[in-house]
Design a protein around this ligand. Structure first.
Ligand code: NOJ
Length: 554
């Protein structure tokens, strides 16, 4: 099956709980999605990715699945999901689901059976081990914080959870578990969905014997024994056989992977994934994880993007993103809230003019920024609470850790989408499950719709330019001025067409001289982020704060 159409998609991610409440209970749902499908379409989007919609006790907001073949009652039911799916299709949009099979919820029937006794037929669905001298089976730590093992007296054994206690890891070595995964794939594909985003998929195969991890790792200790583990390729090939029966695509979340892994997993006809969600470019202001915050380094960000762009070109395909439900808002990170509109448009240009499939996250298109919470009682996310515990252990008081959380936590991307300036930002008619960002009167969809120079209207233009010029989809990438700490400049090239993308990352005017071989005046400006186009003098322009411009030579 030739599924190369995935290269021409623009994907919009919905984290349903905070998208739009359509039934007045303060929680976003599929009724709300149904109301806004035309809006999503109007952005130039042709695919929707739903973060998990399945029944779940929400210890990790849906990434702890209790039933893989149903819809959470908070969101609706299978009938309304089908309605959303059909309507999206009729509008020319594909729909992909989140597939979370590294782990389930402790509320999943399989786990409830599994923990009853060591003889239960479901016991081997999970990774159970005896303790060692009264201690857990090995020194692994969860990706969220704390020990990765939980003791269950009924079995006198520990189960492995590489994430929260409520997220036991499945034992993928058990062929019955792999059959379950295939059956989940078929269930949704038979219903008509167009693919999957596969959650931490590189974690599914654990090294035999579960050896101790590198002892100095403060979180995710042991990861070297299960990320891209021994049977990963083999199990994925098995799943791919099902995928290949349908006209669909899969994108895999792949922590700690490099371009060489992307080539291994996502190139050739026998690829196991069509794209990878990688993390390199999301670490330009932190050390591996957002919470270990560092000042933003443009050079680090550019290096990461360029590495993936160069390495993958002609061999594998990139997934382009700068926001999702796991990271703070990008304007607050790599841009500047004081120049919200300017930096919001520039960041969109910087990322989505590159080679790959764009993924945008709800609210990104209107330039939503980080929120501000004052007490831990306002926070919701298991990762925040675990982070707080870790910081307390090393003596950081709450008033300081809250500051860090406000800057680095994923709560920032989970506040309700701001639709208009009415109560609760038009997200709901009653108090929402999570506090609306206080800035909603200024930043909302209605206000952005009205303003012809808004971020929202810029996104529309950008995707139109991208979809109507092959060069922005298929062109080769080359970076200029790598050492600049102010400007990111790259070219795209396809046949004898060329494009030059220029982005300023500073709040002061900065001079930009066109690279050798480029005559600015001979080009067509196809995108510019300020009302008026920059004017070239002697092949030089002065970029205004966070300005971006795209020159096309065809
Ligand atoms: C990655 C998901 O994106 C994140 O939200 C979740 O907490 C972990 N995987 C565990 O499923």
């Amino acid at each position: 099956m030739d599924n190369s159409w995935f290269k021409e998609l623009v994907v919009y991610q919905i984290w349903c709980r905070s998208f739009k409440d359509g039934n007045g209970d303060g929680i976003g749902d599929l009724y709300g999605v149904l109301e806004e499908l035309e809006y999503i379409k109007s952005l130039g989007v042709n695919c929707i990715w739903f973060s998990p919609l399945y029944p779940s006790p929400n210890c990790d907001y849906g990434y702890d699945v209790a039933d893989y073949k149903d819809i959470h009652p908070d969101f609706g039911n299978l009938d309304v999901f089908k309605e959303v799916l059909d309507k999206a299709h009729s509008l020319g949009m594909k729909v992909i689901m989140d597939l979370v099979v590294n782990h389930t919820s402790t509320e999943c029937e399989w786990f409830k059976e599994s923990k009853k006794s060591v003889d239960n037929p479901y016991h081997d669905y999970y990774i159970w081990r005896k303790g060692k001298n009264g201690n857990p089976p090995n020194n692994w730590l969860s990706n969220f914080e704390g020990c990765a093992w939980e003791y269950v007296p009924e079995c006198d054994e520990y189960y492995l959870h590489t994430f929260a206690i409520g997220q036991p890891d499945l034992n993928m070595d058990n062929p019955k578990v792999r059959e379950e995964v295939k059956s989940i794939l078929r269930f949704w594909l038979d219903m008509g969905v167009d693919g999957f985003r596969e959650d931490v998929i590189t974690y599914i195969s654990k090294k035999e014997g579960l050896p101790n991890g590198f002892p100095l790792m403060p979180i995710a200790r042991g990861m070297e024994h299960y990320n891209k583990g021994p049977h990963f390729m083999e199990y994925m090939q098995e799943f791919r056989e099902v995928i290949n029966e349908y006209d669909c695509f899969v994108v895999g979340e792949s922590p700690m992977t490099g371009p060489a892994d992307a080539i291994r997993f996502a190139s050739g006809d026998d690829r196991i994934l069509d794209m990878l969600i990688s993390f390199d470019h999301m670490s330009a202001d932190c050390l591996f994880i957002d919470m270990v915050h560092l000042p933003f380094s443009l050079k680090r960000m550019k290096k990461a993007f360029s590495k993936w762009q160069k390495y993958l070109y002609g061999k594998a395909w990139n997934a382009l993103y700068i926001e999702n439900h796991d990271h703070p808002r990008i304007i607050s990170r790599y841009g500047n809230e004081k120049y919200r509109t300017e930096s919001g448009k520039m960041l969109a240009t910087m990322c989505f003019m590159q080679s790959g499939t764009p993924f945008i996250y709800q609210g990104q298109e209107i330039g939503m920024v980080n929120t501000k919470l004052h007490s831990y009682s306002e926070f919701k996310d298991v990762m925040t609470f675990n982070g707080r515990r870790l910081l307390r252990k090393i003596g950081v008081p709450d008033f300081l850790s809250i500051k860090l959380m406000n800057r680095t936590s994923r709560e920032n991307s989970r506040t309700p989408v701001q639709w208009n300036s009415s109560n609760y930002a038009g997200f709901s008619t009653v108090e929402p499950w999570f506090g609306v960002n206080k800035n909603y009167k200024k930043i909302n969809v209605a206000a952005e719709e009205k303003d012809k120079n808004s971020i929202l209207n810029y996104y529309r233009k950008l995707f139109k330019v991208r979809q109507s010029n092959d060069i922005f989809i298929y062109g080769e990438y080359k970076e200029f001025y790598k050492q600049s700490k102010k400007i990111y400049c790259y070219e795209r090239r396809l046949g004898d067409k060329r494009a030059l993308i220029v982005c300023s990352f500073v709040s002061r005017p900065v001079e930009f001289k066109a690279p050798l071989g480029y005559k600015l005046k001979r080009s067509k400006i196809v995108l510019h982020t300020y009302k008026d186009k920059p004017k070239a003098k002697k092949n030089t322009i002065t970029l205004r704060p966070y300005e971006a411009v795209v020159y096309l030579y065809d």
